[in-house]
Design a protein around this ligand. Sequence first.
Ligand SMILES: O=C(O)CCC(=O)C(=O)O
Ligand SMILES: [Fe+2]
Length: 284
Amino acid sequence: MTRSLQRLAADAELDVQLAALREDGALIIEGLFDRSVIDEIRAAADAYAQGVEPGAADQGMGDEGKEFVGANTIRFSSLGLLTDAFFDMLDNERYAAIADAVLLPTCGSYWLNTAQVMYIGPGEPAQVLHRDADNWWEFINRTWPDTPEVTISAMIGLDDVTDELGATRVVPGSHRTEKLDYRTEVETVPAELDPGDALVYSGHVFHGGGANRTTARWRRAMHLSFVAGWLTPEEAIVLDHPLGSLADRSPRVRQLLGHRSYLPGSLRGGGLWLRHVTSIEDDS
Ligand SMILES: O=C(O)CCC(=O)C(=O)O
Ligand SMILES: [Fe+2]
């Protein structure tokens, strides 16, 4: 029987959380986000979701992408245009510390990859199991099993997220498999969440949205992930915020949203994401 995921409090030792993440490829952090932030985001997301067609998202891949997302799932991004609470979420200190520890060994900085509301509707079957790092397949495929971590993800409860509602399914330990295999007949465990809890997971761990076995209730959660600054993010969220519009936000928020240039961790490379061949921040 597959063991369940470790659950740790947000204020547990960082090293203990990182050890759990290294061991299982995922962990649940209870109370990672303040309820006030979660409540604001849920209210904004619920209001916006009224106008979003279930199954409309296609991940840029047409029908294949629609299948990945599900016919009765509502997804949308650009949350910074809906509520300022989104910026508080980006400034979350513990998630920042975990992302720093996981990603900074392979990059000078990282930026926002995906920030997406994911409401799974009644009757939706389970999503196919996958690795989020598959977005950079050419890199994963060539480097596995020694692939460095280039992305980290969190599924965040905006409401109670139960097994029955479609809690994310995870295969603990699958981030360390020798072969880059895609077996679907594999035992999974559900990441049940209270509002503000988060499933934090490696881009290398197998997971997928669970089946919503209810007849009338939605699974209300969101995804928030980062990617190494030398890779292209899944979502062009940086285009939501014109240069200069984030001047009052923290340096972290500006970096995550592409309002600062990328400076490599080693002195051998040059800066990336420059404007007029100088740093964006000097330019804005
Ligand atoms: O909805 C979920 O629980 C997971 C979604 C997911 O893993 C994805 O779309 O990459
Ligand atoms: Fe995923």
